[in-house]
Write a protein that binds this ligand. Sequence first.
Ligand SMILES: Cc1cc2nc3c(=O)[nH]c(=O)nc-3n(C[C@H](O)[C@H](O)[C@H](O)COP(=O)(O)OP(=O)(O)OC[C@H]3O[C@@H](n4cnc5c(N)ncnc54)[C@H](O)[C@@H]3O)c2cc1C
Ligand code: SF4
Ligand code: SF4
Length: 509
Amino acid sequence: AEEILEFDNVFLAIGEKPDLSFISSEEGIELTPWGTIAVDDETLVTSNPKVFSGGDCVTGPATFIDAAGAGRKAARSINLMLEGKDFTLDRANELSRKSDLIGDKDLAYPSPLKPMPELEVADRISNFNEVELGYSEEDIIEQAKRCIHCGGCSECRLCEAACEPDAIAHDLKDWIEEISVGAIVVATGFELMPLSAMPEYGGGRFPNVINALQFERILCASGPTAGEVRRPSDGKVPKKVAFVHCAGSRDPEHGVAYCSRVCCMYLIKQAMLYKHAVQDGEAYLFYIDIRSNGKRYEEFYARTMEEEHATFIRGKVSRLYEHDGVVTVFAEDTLTGQPIKMDADLVVAAPAMLPSKGAQELASKLRLATDEYGWVSEAHPKLRAIETLTAGIFVAGVTQFPKDITDAVSQASGAAGKVLVLFSKETLEREPLIAEVDADICTGCGVCEEICPYDAPKVDPVKKIAKINEALCEGCGACAAACPSQAVKHRNYTRTQLFAMIEEATRDY
Ligand SMILES: Cc1cc2nc3c(=O)[nH]c(=O)nc-3n(C[C@H](O)[C@H](O)[C@H](O)COP(=O)(O)OP(=O)(O)OC[C@H]3O[C@@H](n4cnc5c(N)ncnc54)[C@H](O)[C@@H]3O)c2cc1C
Ligand code: SF4
Ligand code: SF4
């Protein structure tokens, strides 16, 4: 060298080779011509059938992940061998982790890794210039979008060290805790009717027919496409988007009879956000009628039409087909009576809202009544819309019936208030209309015990007489109707009183 340069630090990137001096010829372990240990690729057994090997001493310099994977593979071979099993059988692909990906697979669009730009062969002669030229900044941004954020944690625990309030604890494990509470607010929300239940819309087979929650994620700045509107099949920006209202709602034959209440407005919101993101894009909304019955909702709807130029077509979509990346929408314009056939790049459906999975099981455990769809029933539709028929259990949000965030928050605040009222009292007040047992007539048969949804009656095992727990009894009357001895009556609703009322009400004046 003709130049002398001064540096503060010098790092030597030296080559590596395994130090295998500990292996003698007696062990019968063969080496490769490159001085690494020879193994069977699938089992990692060496030429000595009781010795296994993995990591850099087999592959030469590689990564920590490769070494950890090899350790796992070798451990499995050893385990099988010690169990007396043939460790060579069915070992191919056993460590494939593809199916474990937890990222936004559905929204990731297939695109191959861009090849690394390289120096022309002719330009490499007689110099040591870098052959791999690296990506441009634009390429790097584009390639990074292929990431599906699978979120695999490498357990490096740097986040633990960085978090000042010590909010991260890697050693935490799931546990089940039993706590005693004085009140419960059930707020288990909703899920959307799956597209697979709608064969007329492709049954979930068309990549460019998605549900509104998926589109909500696509529009979101922290979503899989960082807020850029791209369609799932090929990542292209969709220039024509059709929004399908009432997918499964208001359709007793194929879905549910009720209106899901929030989808009209959120589809209008999504159409507006789409037009902001793709200014030359076209938004078409197919609706039966628009339900915009909230504060300023109607004005928002008008603005989306007049300022964003979204097109509203009154008519329910009857069918969707997708071929070669084009989704064909079939509908009827019920204002003009004309059939419509329209090609779109992307279709966003607003599926019916359904009670969340497990809500029915929870309702049974808590002895809550539900309607025929599984929504939790309130004690009274107008006067006790937050309470259930079980004392101390309240309901909030969509678990009672579809509603938007404003209504869900109002109901939740109301439920919290009810709980505070309950807790602020020294003693509990109960309705006086509860069951009581006539001990002289009761035979102790236990029918009331079985029938009561609130576990209020208990038959005394010694006296063989039923007794009602007044704090639990909700006065539903099930035991009174079921008791074969007519031993149960409701306070202030005795048979004599009821018959007197009926007689009076049906008297011929
Ligand atoms: C695509 C879309 C867009 C929307 N956009 C808007 C909008 O712009 N504005 C608006 O006002 N509303 C919007 N909504 C409506 C809004 O999502 C609901 O009003 C809101 O989520 C209702 O809140 P919730 O707490 O009742 O139910 P959820 O949000 O469903 O919350 C229920 C929670 O309970 C959990 N859970 C379920 N079962 C159990 C169980 N057994 N044990 C413990 N936890 C359980 C669930 O995991 C969930 O976290 C939109 C809805 C959709 C589908
Ligand atoms: S809110 Fe609108 S889109 Fe949703 S079910 Fe009702 S009418 Fe249909
Ligand atoms: S059903 Fe009637 S008779 Fe039988 S235990 Fe209950 S109260 Fe007594």
